[in-house]
Design a protein around this ligand. Structure first.
Ligand code: NAD
Ligand code: SER
Length: 309
């Protein structure tokens, strides 16, 4: 019987991943944890600052945890406010988690990486799995270093750690915070609530994105794939759609002709300019049959339909 711990479970992805894991493994077999208070009265939630190594070990031992989905992190835009703390949370805490597996306390780890591992020298279009990695944000630096440690622990200590480089994740259940791709969720909330949105990225900023149901399904598929199929132990490129704010606006206007979009780029523009515009994920498609289901029109429809309710 698997017993799963999710760190950073109160975030945009964690809240939905916990539900999906509980559907699969049973409610009491998935323990949610975060540094933020849980507001959902979840009986299977524990407070955990991932930097508190002793508390992490206690939780893993007391609850007989076998797998950790290690989501806790500080994202790209907030990461620039406090680089040292971001490095500590994003990288040093990941090493604590990897060590638990090295010491035989847990069997499997999921580590989410990101398109932020790319940098200004990375080819922008259909960015290959194996490419230039010279990120210029502390978030990207911590994630690419985390990927390399994952690979090291796999090769040298046999740790079963699996990872995906998520693009910007879009979902209607939770608002993201602290990221550079957040506009692609905020735009839908503001379209429904105010009929207008002021975008912090310029109109032609193309970025790779994915609907959250695809991201969660892909995560579970990777974690359940036979170990011999998981050939990449740094992190898999994963792609779905790619669009600019201007293109997204045009699609929203098809449903809401009165929607008004305006642009006021801020410091997040520079971060976005360093990232890829589209991703080649053929390795994931080949190794464990990854396939996305939601195109950009599907995303617009599912976001507007659900938020309008
Ligand atoms: P999020 O910011 O919504 O959630 C992260 C959670 O981590 C928050 O609830 C926060 O309270 C928690 N956290 C921060 N510091 C912590 C600490 N010291 N101890 C314990 N918890 C702490 O982020 P998300 O969008 O849900 O992302 C989850 C993971 O996926 C992250 O590792 C992120 O890098 C990765 N990712 C997300 C996206 C995306 O678009 N959402 C894209 C690429 C990668
Ligand atoms: N959505 C994330 C961010 O913008 C990408 O990792 O920081």
């Amino acid at each position: 019987m698997e017993k799963i711990l999710v760190t950073g479970s109160s975030g945009q992805i964690g809240l939905e991943l916990v539900d999906a894991l509980r559907d699969k493994y049973g409610e009491d077999n998935v323990l949610a944890s975060d540094i933020k208070e849980n507001t959902n009265d979840d009986p299977y939630f524990v407070m955990l600052d991932i930097l508190n190594k002793q508390r992490l070990i206690e939780i893993v031992t007391d609850h007989k945890i076998t797998q950790i989905y290690h989501l806790a992190a500080i994202l790209s835009a907030h990461g620039e406010w406090n680089p040292k703390k971001t490095w500590n949370v994003n990288l040093n805490a990941t090493l604590h988690v990897l060590n638990l597996a090295k010491e035989g306390l847990i069997k499997k780890i999921f580590f989410p990486s990101t398109i932020a591992v790319h940098g200004p020298n990375t080819p922008k279009k259909q960015t290959n799995q194996f490419t230039d990695f010279s990120p210029e944000t502390v978030y990207g630096m911590s994630k690419i270093t985390g990927e390399l440690w994952c690979n090291y622990y796999h090769k040298n200590y046999g740790v079963d750690v699996r990872s995906i480089r998520y693009p910007g994740i879009i979902g209607w259940k939770n608002k993201p915070q602290g990221g550079t791709t957040d506009y692609a969720v905020e735009i839908f909330y503001d379209a429904v609530e105010k009929g207008a949105y002021e975008c912090f990225l310029g109109k032609d900023t193309r970025l790779p994105m994915m609907y959250i149901d695809d991201a969660i399904r892909g995560t579970l598929e990777l974690m359940e794939a036979p170990a011999e199929n998981v050939k990449i132990r740094t992190s898999y490129n994963l792609a779905a759609v790619s669009f600019t704010p201007d293109e997204l606006t045009a699609l929203i206007k098809e449903r809401m002709p009165s929607f008004v979009m305006s642009y006021k780029p801020d410091q997040r523009q520079q971060i976005a300019d360093g990232w890829s515009q589209s991703i080649d994920d053929s390795e994931a498609r080949k190794d464990w049959n990854w396939n996305h289901k939601y195109g950009v029109k599907d995303i617009v429809n599912v976001m507007l339909d659900n938020l309008s309710k």
